[in-house]
Design a protein around this ligand. Structure first.
Ligand code: UD1
Length: 429
């Protein structure tokens, strides 16, 4: 497994281009399977999760071509003949479960492996399944697989009304995928309002879907018999943007400019960010970050959009180790998502975890050592802490990073970081 060797303590100065959003791209890719004809997606980052989903789609017979240079993906679903997704691929990435809605919507039948466990604790898919049942799907669990069918002779899901509790991005996506094609009249209540869902709705509408209430918590779908393949430009990654904003605030001499951003997708995050004393200046789709001399402690509680994103809580806790005073990071969405804390402590942070909160006492100097990544956002946080630490660190198991951060070391080295990737073969020789 590849690792990073990081020389810490250097300010970061210069420009970083934000890549296309992974979490926004995956629903578009699944939705493309509903079309008659080919869809072309631009601004699709060359990440492991995208490559995994490409393979998940190929298993069905769909023709999928990806050019990592131009970040262009084309999906032709007209050749689909096998509406199934095997465990070997689904276990690599939970979002593969979007295949359930996509295949049910396209073929009236889907057999998709249950995703299994996750490093952040339980991540159920009960709402995906209950919602589809509420809309008329016949669902059974067979040997670790979910088998979903439209009622026999019905010509599609009839629809109905379903309330998501709690609100869920994944379940909202899956329920949209299952209902937009066909004859369903479906109401999704307490639907997710995340920009990734809003983008999916706009995409589906351009394909010919009928959806009302986009961007609100109640979505009304009227199924249509045909959806057409289209060309679409995927949004910039709001979590990568937030990650680099936080990183840009960690060293007093850092001055980062982030380009290709969508500030409107950041929800209320910039408000918390500015409370730390960091400055941000927006100019079109670019944002300049000016690090504060002294970082103020700012406590946050994760919430659904536009609240503080759970996908930025580990990065925030890392920033708070450098703030003057005590702060608290509470995760209400994924209460067990604190596996990175013992690693931060090994770098010198003072953090205690109580229930679903991390209590951080800053400012503590960090000093280089070896740390182990446990999941995607935890990994980037350890890289951030290592960049701030005195001396040399090793971040092990960076394959987590490759799932969700495009060209991370290349982007960061360009602005002054000292990151070397040691690949697995070199470690053996
Ligand atoms: C997506 C993101 C993930 C992000 C999360 C929350 C993708 C690929 N992943 O994950 O990066 O951290 O949103 O913003 O876009 N829940 C249930 N039953 C279900 C489904 C969800 O109880 O069937 C709960 C979860 O345990 C969690 C909450 O709902 O507490 C929100 O989860 P959800 O929005 O579904 O997250 P994902 O879509 O899996």
């Amino acid at each position: 497994m590849d690792k990073f060797v990081i020389e810490g303590g250097k300010p970061l100065q210069g420009e970083i281009k934000i890549s296309g959003s992974k979490n926004a791209a995956l629903p578009l890719m699944a939705a493309a399977l509903l079309a008659d004809g080919k869809t072309t997606l631009h601004n699709i980052p060359a990440l492991h999760d995208i490559l995994t989903f490409n393979n998940v789609m190929r298993v069905t017979g769909a023709r999928v071509e990806f050019d990592p240079e131009s970040e262009t993906l084309s999906i032709d679903p007209d050749t689909i003949y096998y509406p199934e997704s095997p465990y070997d691929l689904v276990r690599k990435m939970r979002a593969s479960f979007y295949m359930l809605g996509a295949l049910l919507g396209r073929s009236g039948f889907a057999r998709v492996s249950l995703p299994g466990g996750c490093a952040w604790g339980p991540r159920p898919v009960d709402l995906h399944i209950e919602g589809m049942k509420a809309f008329g799907a016949h669902i059974s669990l067979e040997e670790g697989y979910v088998v979903a069918k439209v009622p026999q002779g019905s010509g599609g899901l009839p629809g109905g009304s379903f309330k998501l509790s709690p609100s869920s991005v994944g379940a909202t996506v899956n329920l949209l995928l299952a209902t937009v094609k066909g004859r369903a009249r479906a109401e999704i209540r307490n639907a997710a309002k995340e920009p990734d869902v809003v983008q999916l709705c706009s995409f589906l509408k351009q394909m010919g879907a009928q959806i009302e209430g986009i961007g609100t918590s109640t979505l009304h779908v009227q199924g249509v018999p045909h959806l057409k393949g289209i060309t679409f430009h995927n949004a910039p990654d709001r979590i990568e943007t937030g990650t680099f904003m936080i990183l840009g605030a960690m060293h007093p001499e850092s001055r980062l400019t982030l380009t290709n951003i969508a500030a409107g997708d950041l929800g209320m995050f910039p408000g918390w960010f500015q409370k730390t004393g960091a400055e941000l200046q927006l100019s079109g789709n670019a944002m300049q970050i000016i690090a504060p001399e002294v970082i103020q402690p700012v406590s946050v509680i994760t919430e659904i959009y536009p609240g503080f994103p759970t996908d930025l809580q580990a990065q925030w806790a890392t920033l708070m180790t450098q703030a003057e005073g005590e702060s608290q990071v509470t995760d209400t969405i994924y209460p067990d998502r604190f596996s990175y804390i013992p690693e931060l402590v090994r770098l010198g942070a003072q953090v205690k975890v109580r229930n679903n909160s991390a209590i951080i006492n800053g400012k503590t100097p960090l000093s280089g050592t070896s740390v182990m990544s446990t999941d995607l956002r935890a990994s980037v946080s350890l890289v951030m802490a290592a960049l701030c630490a005195k001396g040399r660190s090793e971040v092990l198991r960076v394959y987590h990073l490759d799932r969700g951060y495009a060209k991370l070391e290349e982007k960061l080295n360009k602005v002054g970081a000292g990151i070397t990737r040691i690949n697995a073969e070199d470690q053996l020789s």
